[in-house]
Design a protein around this ligand. Structure first.
Ligand code: IFM
Length: 424
């Protein structure tokens, strides 16, 4: 994104991820699935992608963020599926044909099941495997200029290696640090492979950022932990991908310096923003047990169906924090799980208003992607969390617009975006 800010239109988009809308029998999550809630094919996006691209047109959106499923493309360590690569190529072409910019995520939480045995993320070899995959995908999708290597690396690392709630289910500081080093190397190698295939490519990361507040504002340990969380969760990854190294202070442990090959590997920073978190020290527990993260409704807007605090001003906080790294920004995810269309509409109105004020204040943010285009499978919760602009009937897979779809379409139109078919 070296082009000047005025050269390209602001991207108004929506996002999905392959496993959440397509499923994949060969992915680690297919076996993991904590609620056994996954259904084969999920929303049926793999077969119905043209219909879903039609929804983008209905809304007047000019961008679509989707991901490609590694376990479908490389079903075995030594086998690639060209038909699947051709499928994703068609999907990207169809997005372009709809007048929208495809933004492709190479890794969105799901890895091939075979990877954990052949080259686990805790070992350096995984980086080379990922880069080989990235190069293949970039060669097969020449219509795509904008790439994201990893979705929410910190969530993947904390969930998979420290907290154990995501595959591969480890709970160890050592595994977390090894996997962090591998992920940084994998990001750098994949970015290089994508640029080799397409020298005009723009490569970024979709980084989950949150606002961290001390749960008890007067409590020195809560205040300390909120600062540590902000540094470790929001900043460390971006430091490693820009300056090339970062100091990670794990609570009550010696700081660790993580240096790697990821220096200057970003053309843009993608920010996924959902919530404010309230951090609290818990007595007598070792890491990670000494850190408690609470969800509080201190804004008075109500917790979402995920139990998260809705905190619109926090979008400006994290955008300012990301902007300090001197790169163009995209809001690559922002959304709410709720069955209530009015609430979803208000969420979008409030966050878009904050976004617009950030743009007016000169923050170089170039796009906004609502999460998600349709309802999806939600990792730890199955089908019971509805983020979608379009509601999916889980019996018939029929998509129908929520009230928020109309509101978002209107906001896009009013901000100078395209006119879609939804006009009310
Ligand atoms: O559904 C997820 C997505 O896959 C990554 N970001 C957060 C969303 C809501 O939990």
């Amino acid at each position: 994104m070296t082009a000047s800010r005025d050269a390209a239109p602001f991207l108004w988009g929506a996002a999905t991820s392959s496993f959440q809308v397509e499923g994949a029998p060969g992915a680690d999550w297919a076996a993991w699935d904590p609620l056994a809630g996954a259904r084969p094919g999920m929303t049926g996006h793999y077969a119905r992608f043209r219909e879903d691209i039609g929804l983008l047109r209905e809304l007047g959106l000019n961008a679509y963020r989707f991901s490609v499923e590694w376990s479908r493309i490389q079903p075995e360590a030594d086998r690639w599926d060209d038909a699947v690569l051709a499928h994703y190529g068609e999907l990207a072409e169809a997005v372009r044909a709809a007048g929208a910019e495809p933004l492709v995520t190479l890794h969105h939480f799901s890895s091939p099941a075979w990877l954990h045995a052949a080259a686990p993320w805790t070992e350096a070899e995984a980086a080379g495997r990922f880069a080989a995959f990235a190069g293949r995908v970039a060669d097969a999708l020449p219509a795509v200029r904008s790439w994201i290597t990893f979705n929410e690396p910190m969530v993947l690392l904390l969930g998979g290696f420290l907290d154990g709630c995501m595959p591969p289910g480890l709970r160890s500081v050592g595994a977390f640090l090894s996997a962090l080093r591998t992920l940084l190397a994998a990001h750098a190698a994949a970015a290089a492979a994508v640029r080799l295939s397409n020298p005009a490519a723009l490569v970024g990361v979709a980084h989950n950022m949150a606002v961290f507040a001390p749960d008890r504002p007067w409590h020195p340990l809560d205040r300390l932990l909120a600062r540590v969380a902000r540094q470790g969760y929001n900043r460390a990854l971006l430091e490693a991908m820009t300056a090339g190294s970062t100091r990670l202070t794990l609570p009550f442990a010696r700081p660790v310096t993580v240096a790697g090959p990821a220096r200057d590997t970003l053309d843009f920073i993608g920010v996924n923003y959902y919530q404010r978190l309230h951090v609290r020290h818990r007595l007598g527990a070792g890491l990670p047990g000494c850190v408690e993260v609470r969800h509080r409704d201190r804004c008075g807007l109500g917790l979402t169906d995920m139990g998260w605090e809705e905190h619109p001003p926090g979008l400006a906080v994290v955008l300012r924090e990301a902007a300090a790294f001197g790169l163009p920004l995209l809001v690559t995810e922002n959304g709410i799980a709720t069955e209530d269309g009015e609430r979803k509409s208000d969420f979008i109105r409030r966050h878009v208003a904050v976004l617009e004020s950030c743009r007016r204040a000169g923050i170089d943010v170039r796009g906004y992607f609502y999460w998600s285009l349709t309802d999806t499978y939600e990792w730890l919760h199955g089908f019971g969390r509805r983020f979608g602009l379009y509601r999916v009937d889980w019996e018939t897979l029929e998509r129908s617009p929520t009230a928020a779809a109309r509101v978002y379409a209107r906001l896009v139109r009013e901000s100078g975006g395209r006119a879609g078919l939804i006009t009310s």
